[in-house]
Design a protein around this ligand. Structure first.
Ligand SMILES: Nc1ncnc2c1ncn2[C@@H]1O[C@H](COP(=O)(O)OP(=O)(O)OP(=O)(O)O)[C@@H](O)[C@H]1O
Length: 617
């Protein structure tokens, strides 16, 4: 099993400039740094992510061969054109036109087929890499320890999963294909040009190193701007995600203007970074075009001089300019790729930062550790079998708990939350957990569910250390109702059955009845088939709690953890939640975390979390 380790990456390493998210509670201000020793360059990025190309390299090679065959067809068409100029137009022999024209049409059709098949195969590789990367990144992110996930911020993680992943994808597959094709075509066109007229070709080829230098220089400039742009993009996602989630509080607190200003300021930073990118890209394109035009003019001058002195024919000059017409764009493509690919490494760094963070607590056979190429490539049914494979050990119908000398502090905190904490809870006990805010009540639930492991001591479930049970088995013993009920887009019935998707309609209805939820559910348009709004915002707080209780009734686990189930509810609603809650608690071991002494009094006894200890009262 993997434990928690500190990462060599922080969520985003260096402060760049004060920004609007900096003063958010609990958030560490971070920003991009251009000169990080462990920042990725193009080669390290390709090496880092190339396992995602496993099994696809031969397709990549095939796509490259097809593109090159297409390049071969264009070389032939240029030679044909020169042939037609010399032997048909200059010689005035129209009869000599038919054969080269037929060859031209055939070769062009072949070129179109090569190009089409190459595009489709290259595209298929690209999309497969994208699928694998998305799957790997999401599985990894979902297994991060809670404190690591909150360090990144949800909005920023969403940006890393969307636009940053796409940038890596273009770098890995299309980037590789385009680079190889551009290099080999360059060699082919250059060879054709040399064979046609070596001294003129030599004159024209001096452009290549010049363009390379220009591309390298602009690559560095664009990468710096891209880092700023990626960073600002992540921050905008964070701000918008926070703003939308807290929309009502923002309005109620009269902070609409300042909230908008925060997003606007970050958007301005993004605009500035984009402008830097746009200017660098535009300047690069112009520098390349100007160098290209100057070289072409020089070749024409030199070529015209050679024709006038009889050293070259007009057909030769036409063929040469034809090859150069294909060769220069390849140099330009290569230069553009250097710039584009270098800037995409800024996204690669951001994705690598997430993947380099160690996962939280995971079992050795957790599907998140599976080879992402195997899972993502599997058919839908096979992937389902892999990801929902039965890893469960036997689930007991009782739950006794022992905390033995437990010590714990959060990985990024100096202060211990629990120290030498001891407690025994017998099967069937209904225990309320009290304590000052920040005492460590919710932390107990985190430890019981193994989001974290204790630094010292052990927690026993039915006499076994919970570390020996396997996470799915442990969690199959526990139903947890968090402070914020987790509701998902879907119907009421689907939400009740979350955690036990195989439940029948009848079981779902019985669970709803036990949670005293049937009446309000049936009043919803569609009843059990009514669709819930995002996070269940079309339900009241009490109704959301009762859906969560129905879910817990349905799961019917021997251990129940209720984390502040009545927070924010008025007396009448609290009463409606408490009744089914007590019914649920009656038949299992229950930990009820609460601040409310009236609610706490419902339990058989109280445990107080105080100064890192657990005291039974
Ligand atoms: N991810 C984290 N990283 C570092 N410290 C944390 C983290 N989560 C909680 N803490 C700290 O651990 C302590 C215990 O937090 P916990 O949420 O368990 O308290 P609580 O008793 O449930 O509080 P409340 O009643 O206010 O919900 C607090 O001091 C809190 O600041």
């Amino acid at each position: 099993m993997a434990g928690l380790r500190r990462s060599r990456w922080s969520a985003a390493p260096e402060p760049e400039e004060a920004d609007e998210t900096a003063n958010r509670p609990g958030e560490r201000e971070t920003g991009p740094a251009d000169d990080r020793p462990d920042s990725l360059n193009v080669l390290t990025t390709i090496r880092r992510f190339s396992p995602l190309l496993a099994g696809e390299r031969w397709k990549l090679a095939l796509a490259i061969v097809l593109y090159l065959l297409e390049v071969g067809t264009t070389v032939i068409t240029v030679a044909l054109f020169a042939h037609i100029v010399e032997n048909v137009l200059v010689a005035g022999d129209l009869g000599a036109l038919t054969r080269p024209m037929l060859i031209w049409v055939t070769v062009s059709l072949l070129g179109a087929v090569f190009s089409y098949v190459g595009n489709v195969i290259g595209g298929a590789v690209t999309e497969k890499v994208l699928l694998r990367l998305r799957d790997q990144l999401y599985a990894h992110t979902q297994r991060l320890a809670p404190h690591t996930r909150s360090r990144f911020g949800t909005g920023d993680l969403i940006a890393r999963h969307s636009s940053d992943v796409e940038a890596i994808d273009s770098l890995l597959s299309s980037g590789i294909i385009s680079a190889v094709v551009a290099v080999v075509s360059l060699v082919i066109y250059a060879t054709a040009a040399f064979v046609t007229q070596w001294d003129l070709a030599l004159f024209a080829i001096v452009l290549a190193p010049l363009l390379w230098v220009i591309a390298r220089w602009f690559g560095v400039v664009v990468k710096r701007a891209s880092r700023r742009e990626r960073y600002a993009n992540g921050k905008i996602s964070t701000l918008i995600q926070e703003g939308l989630t807290n929309s009502l509080a923002i309005q109620a607190d009269n902070q609409v203007g300042s909230d908008r200003l925060r997003v606007l300021r970050q958007s301005r930073r993004w605009r500035d970074a984009r402008m830097a990118e746009i200017k660098a890209n535009a300047a690069f394109a112009e520098a390349v075009s100007t160098a290209e035009v100057l070289c072409m003019i020089a070749v024409l001058f030199f070529g015209a001089w050679q024709i006038s002195t009889g050293r070259a024919s007009i057909g030769t000059l036409i063929a040469l300019t034809g090859y150069l017409g294909y060769l220069y764009p390849q140099i330009q493509t290569l230069g553009g790729l250097v710039v584009e690919v270098t800037s995409a490494t800024a996204s690669a760094e951001r994705v690598a930062q997430v993947l380099d963070e160690p996962m939280g607590i995971v079992d050795a056979d957790d599907p998140a550790l599976d080879d992402p190429t195997v899972v993502a490539d599997a058919s839908d049914g096979a992937a389902e079998a892999m990801l929902t494979r039965p890893v469960m050990g036997p689930v007991a119908d009782m739950a006794s708990l022992v905390f033995r000398d437990v010590g714990f502090s959060y990985p990024d905190s100096e202060h211990p939350v629990l120290e030498h904490a001891d407690l025994t809870i017998n099967d069937g006990d209904f225990v309320s957990v009290l304590g000052a805010s920040g005492a460590g009540k919710s932390t107990l639930a985190y430890l019981l569910l193994r989001f974290y492991d204790p630094d010292t001591g052990e927690i026993l479930l039915n006499g076994s250390d919970i570390r020996s049970l396997g996470i799915p088995t442990l969690r199959a013993h526990v139903a947890m109702l968090p402070q914020q009920v987790a509701l998902f887009g879907g119907t009421v019935a689907e939400n009740i059955a979350y955690g036990r998707p195989e439940a029948t309609d009848d079981q779902i209805r019985r669970a709803a009845a036990s949670a005293d939820a049937t009446e309000f559910i049936e009043r919803l348009p569609g009843g059990f088939d009514a669709r819930l709004a995002e996070r269940g915002t079309n339900l009241s707080g009490g109704q959301r709690q009762r859906i969560a209780l129905a879910r817990a009734f349905l799961r019917d686990t021997p251990l129940l953890i209720l984390d502040e189930p009545t927070t924010g509810l008025d007396a009448a609603t609290t009463a409606r939640v408490i009744e089914p809650m007590c019914r649920l608690a009656q038949s299992r071991t229950t930990l009820l975390i609460t601040h409310d002494p009236h609610v706490a009094a419902l339990a058989d006894y109280t445990v107080e979390v105080d100064s890192g200890r657990l005291r039974r009262r």
